[in-house]
Design a protein around this ligand. Structure first.
Ligand code: E4P
Length: 215
């Protein structure tokens, strides 16, 4: 299972890289705005900065919602760096754009996926990744992790190449749950990743070992 970090914050990306477990980055327009990155040129430069820190795929989202606009932006984004994966929303023109971009060898991440039907369309169009948003489903009393498991089953059954990228992860337990569900990738902020380290018995055990060593 790959670990992506879901942030546009360069310090957080460096910290996750430093831990030695990072395989890629996902961003979205809200995460870019949170870092105060504005204007086309600054946004593009920020994507390149991210690519230079991490050794893996970096998702950069299109803003256009029409086919021609999405293709123009996608080609510009893909030309920025070989690690860029173009994030395209699960809408009618988004599916057409994914089909076109995959035929041109441009990697895509189909975002804002909330159902198995949408995931099937993304895979048929040739998306590199599909992003089911599990936290946002949990927010409306629907089991987000269950959707990840269902998509994994369907993709395995039909041997689709699209990788299941579990997104909108809100807490540490979502990560092992997505691993059990068979997700190819989890993307989340640094905090839930760091939460995986914690177990009180590890701390108690280590304290005892060190105390015995000192005796
Ligand atoms: C995924 O690629 C999205 O950027 C992200 O996971 C959305 O998470 P949120 O629902 O916490 O905003």
């Amino acid at each position: 299972m790959k670990f992506f970090i879901d942030t546009a914050n360069l310090d957080e990306i460096r910290e996750a890289m430093d831990l030695g477990i990072l395989d890629g980055v996902t961003t979205n327009p809200s995460l870019m705005a949170k870092e105060g990155i504005k204007g086309e040129e600054n946004i593009k430069k920020h994507y390149v900065d991210i690519c230079e820190i991490v050794d893996g795929d970096v998702s950069a989202e299109v803003i256009a919602t029409d086919f021609d606009g999405m293709i123009k932006e996608a080609e510009e984004l893909a030309a920025l760096h070989p690690q860029i994966v173009v994030k395209v929303p699960m809408i009618r023109d988004g599916v057409k754009a994914i089909k076109y971009l995959s035929s041109k060898g441009i990697k895509t991440n189909c975002t804002l996926v909330f159902s198995t039907g949408q995931a099937i369309l993304a895979a048929k169009a040739g998306a590199t990744y599909v992003s089911p948003f599990i936290g946002r489903l949990d927010d409306v009393s629907t089991e987000g992790v269950e959707l990840v498991a269902q998509i994994v089953d369907i993709y395995r059954y039909y041997d689709f190449d699209t990788q299941v990228l579990a997104a909108s992860i809100r807490h540490t337990m979502h990560i092992p749950q997505c691993a059990e569900a068979g997700a190819d990738v989890v993307t989340c902020p640094l905090k839930p990743i760091m939460g995986l380290l914690k177990h009180p018995l590890t701390d108690i055990g280590l304290e005892k070992f060190l105390a015995d060593h000192r005796k």
